[in-house]
Ligand binder design. Sequence first.
Ligand SMILES: Cc1cc2nc3c(=O)[nH]c(=O)nc-3n(C[C@H](O)[C@H](O)[C@H](O)COP(=O)(O)OP(=O)(O)OC[C@H]3O[C@@H](n4cnc5c(N)ncnc54)[C@H](O)[C@@H]3O)c2cc1C
Length: 495
Amino acid sequence: MEQAANRKRAMVIGGGITGLTACYRLTQQAQADNLPLDVRLLETSDRLGGVIATRQEDGLLLEEGPDCFLATKPWGVEMCDELGLSAELIGTTTEHRQSFVVRHGKLVPVPQGFYLMAPSSLWPFVTTRAFSWPGKLRMALDLALPRRGASEDDESLADFVTRRLGREALERMAQPMLGGIYTADPRHLSMQATMPQFLEMERRHRSLILALRHQQRQVGVQQPGVSGARYGLFASLRHGMQTLVDALADRLPAGTVHLQTLIRSVRRDPDSRHWIVSPQDGPDLEADALCLALTAPQAARLLTGLDAELAAGLQNISYASSAVVTLACDRADIAHPLNGMGFVVPVVEQRNLIACSFSSVKFAGRAPDGKVLLRAFVGGALQQEQALWSDAELQDAVCQDLRQLLGLTGKPTLCHVSRHPNAMPQYHIGHLARIERLEAAARRWPGLALAGNAYHGVGVPDCIRSGDAAARGLLQSLFPKVVNGSLSSEETIRC
Ligand SMILES: Cc1cc2nc3c(=O)[nH]c(=O)nc-3n(C[C@H](O)[C@H](O)[C@H](O)COP(=O)(O)OP(=O)(O)OC[C@H]3O[C@@H](n4cnc5c(N)ncnc54)[C@H](O)[C@@H]3O)c2cc1C
């Protein structure tokens, strides 16, 4: 617990992308401003990256967690640029940019110009087999329906889509598309926290269809053949998402990272006002500033003894579990042309899968010639029990669905199961107000920052932004005079 006079110590707990970003920013800023700061990153597992993990096997590139990130949220691409990874950034392939949705056991293309829940192009919508005629007519009613009456109240995705576009739009498209991104139950998913752009469309244009058409005209002529979840907006790294994790880790000074270090609790010494961090094994550690870069329930467990109210608030954010089943197959064993990025499965189809990416179609260089790499998703808030199945059960269930949906014959040459228990936060109705209250409660503790996917976005760029903001906030609390001028005032301070 010894510390040179005047030197400060910051600790980051959790070595996922959020914690790595926080740690990188703390050390990088300390070096840039010559600040007397020691930083430690404490991670319970034997590796960094959290849910991000890339495996290379038999010429295949497998992503166990995220396989890409939204390029429209700038923090991911900016971080890659900052780390010198610009040349490693890749987009999705341009050949087959459409995606599919399962309808009555068949893959049907998502109509061109369809954006998550509503159409923007008339003819592809009229001719699509993705919806019934009554369903299409009900969706078209959006053109005539009035705005929601003035209300500040949050609304669920299910209520919003049913109100504007009807039940079929919800069950057949919004649930698998949006519920899939958040692995969430649309009856609970907060519109304000997850889809504010659609609320804004209704507020400004009344009709979502008219708003999307307006946007389309603004952006210019839509790229032909692009449909569904707009894959062209996603970026990844040539050698996998782990590249980002490794690049961040490489920039940390030697001795910063402490793996296999499970933290059980944090408290504050009432006399010294230092943070006391208690690992499962080994002596207590002392810090002047602390960043909890963890899921909300993990952070709650550490904070229980310090602030029961804050811990209870964090514990109240529920998480869903999922599994990613990656399969390598001989191309000749799949009847489907695989002329798209993948497909989503509405819950009403009652399948084992919630979605499947055609990884080796989506990204170049993921499988050798003659092989196909598929990434199937199982579980989520609506099918929690599936995520608990054994590896053998998961493999059987996924193969059964793929036989029926893609015409898979023969056995996959590789099957790998990655489990993500309680990894995906559920942004339930009222999420924004809940987070505001939590952040106000956390501000009562000087030198404490909460960061991660529980608060202001679940995607990799959101987590990077969150880790970055946490680090900047801690630096300002540690070195108010030195740092205030050199940090961007745009960043939110959460400490
Ligand atoms: C299957 C899946 C697919 C996804 N796909 C995408 C995608 O394609 N694009 C996208 O943008 N986002 C995607 N996401 C979301 C995104 O990947 C995550 O939100 C993000 O990676 C979370 O990072 P994190 O660092 O906040 O948390 P985590 O990755 O969960 O890291 C937390 C770390 O803290 C450690 N830890 C926990 N408790 C303790 C403790 N007590 N002491 C010490 N260490 C502890 C853990 O071991 C872990 O390493 C996906 C998520 C999942 C689960």
